[in-house]
Design a protein around this ligand. Structure first.
Ligand code: UD1
Ligand code: MG
Length: 451
């Protein structure tokens, strides 16, 4: 770890027209988090680091997302898109504070890792004025080409301005650049727009650094890490790369994935020891899974905390605000939302438990529904410890079921049930001896003996 201070500027003023979406490009998700969140998470963190995001006009939602991730993130609006160097200079005020290292990244390149940012900083610590991230492109069309002399960078030539020979170069500019913070403004202010697009190219920083007699260095990485996203197809490709990484990291941490390619994880999923995830499970953002828990096939889990030795599914849907205590069991076709189920609770079949708390070791029978919504407001169902709710019960909230209470099957419970009480709400059963036989006779016109 370097003791040098840093400012990371993330460029995100692009329109993202090719996404064909009303959502700003950098807010589209990969592994449950926005593209911007991934880049900001990879940028240097902690003491002596600062972050800035350059956004387009009318992109307040991008600024909100940046501050959600790190509240002290500075945001700057680039009113007109006049090129990548122009975008960087929108954050002039932040650059002028003079961090040791200025790092520049694109908001639509979410697969970049923290280690790569650190590798880019190393040449600056040894006195270079600039380090740029390059990769060997399978198809270099459209990228800026690196003209090098060993590991020194001589120039970056944009595709549109490159000669036929230069276009044959496959070492391309990923777009991530590190500049010595004290010399950065002097370099950036010299960039002009005498090129085929008439834009202020950040890539021209290389030539300027060389003219000053300073050093510009190349740092290489794999193409997978610097995939930019312009289309929904590229978004899906990045998701694929990210999922492969997350599955690999989960397995390296000891999680058993029986068919890893069928399991979707979020970037923030956390796992304890000896967790097993069966095929076809989708885990969204905000999920933590403690030791020994098993998630059976076809379950969908979002913003949920799972205790130790919990069993989920198959076919369970755990929605935001679910919290399950140690040893709890959620079976097939059970949905939960804003529900705290304490240790040892069982909800094994066909139930909806929403806006509810269920005390330790209670048993919720098949088909139990917490009726939490009256068409206007949500209401709470509070169930005590060691309670037994019989099958096919409707618990009409707000309602409270005491510790150790017993609800008879098929009840519609609208009044609180005290501790250790039994509540039954259904009509008396009637028996008509021979009634079924008489009914059949009536329908078929035949007596049984004649049949
Ligand atoms: C840029 C690089 C190119 C590199 C490629 C990698 C330059 C001049 N070229 O080209 O060498 O190979 O990325 O993908 O830097 N942006 C703004 N404001 C602007 C212009 C751009 O915020 O005025 C942002 C965009 O939102 C995007 C990023 O900067 O996130 C890159 O811009 P883009 O237009 O995609 O540059 P490329 O032509 O792809
Ligand atoms: Mg681009």
């Amino acid at each position: 770890m370097t003791a040098r201070s840093s400012l990371t500027i993330v460029l995100a003023a692009g329109e993202g027209t090719r996404m064909r979406s009303s959502l700003p490009k950098v807010l589209h998700p990969v592994a449950g988090q926005s593209l911007l969140a991934h880049v900001l998470a990879a940028a240097p963190q902690g003491t002596g680091t600062s972050l800035a995001v350059v956004i387009g006009p009318d992109h307040a939602a991008v600024a909100d997302e940046a501050r959600r991730i790190r509240p002290d993130t500075l945001t700057f609006v680039q009113a007109e898109r006049l090129g990548t160097a122009h975008a960087v200079l929108a954050a002039r005020e932040a650059i002028a504070r003079g961090a040791d290292d200025l790092l520049i990244a694109f908001g639509d390149t979410p697969l970049i890792s923290a280690g790569t940012f650190e590798r880019l900083r190393a040449p600056l610590a040894s006195g270079a004025a600039l380090a740029a991230l390059g990769f060997r492109a399978a198809d270099p069309t459209g990228y800026g080409r690196f003209i090098v002399d060993g590991d020194r960078l001589v120039a970056i030539r944009e595709h549109a301005d490159a000669s036929t020979d230069e276009r044959k170069i496959t070492l391309c500019n990923a777009g991530v650049m590190a500049l010595d913070g004290r010399r950065a403004l002097a370099i950036l202010d010299k960039i002009g727009k005498a090129n085929s697009k008439g834009e202020y190219y950040l890539t021209d920083a290389v030539g300027i650094v060389r003219q000053q007699g300073w050093e510009a260095m190349v740092v290489e990485t794999s193409e997978d890490e610097v995939r930019g996203i312009n289309t929904k197809a590229q978004l899906a490709d990045a998701e694929g790369v990210m999922q492969a990484r997350l599955r690999r990291a989960a397995m390296d941490a000891g999680v058993t994935l029986i068919a890893p390619e069928t399991v979707y994880l979020a970037a923030d999923t956390t796992f304890g020891k000896d967790v097993t995830i069966e095929p076809f499970v989708v885990i969204g953002p905000g999920v933590s899974i403690a030791d020994g828990t098993v998630i059976h096939s076809f379950s969908h889990i979002v913003e949920t905390s799972l205790g130790k030795n919990v069993s989920i599914g198959p076919y369970a849907r755990l929605r935001p605000g679910t919290s399950l205590g140690d040893g709890a069991r959620i079976g097939n076709f059970v949905e939960t939302k804003a529900a705290t189920l304490e240790a040892g609770v069982k909800v094994n079949h066909l139930s909806y438990i929403g806006d509810a708390t269920v005390g330790a070791n209670s048993n919720i029978g098949a088909g139990t529904i917490t009726c939490n919504y009256d068409g206007f407001k949500k209401h709470k169902t509070l169930i005590g410890k060691g309670a037994f709710v019989g099958t096919n019960s409707s618990l009409v909230a707000p309602v409270k079921i005491g510790d150790g209470a017993y609800i008879g099957s098929g009840s519609v419970i609208t009044k609180d049930v005290p501790d250790d009480a039994m509540a039954l709400e259904r009509n008396q059963q009637t028996i008509r001896e021979g009634g079924a036989a008489r009914y059949r006779e009536m329908k078929t016109g035949k007596k049984k003996s004649e049949g």
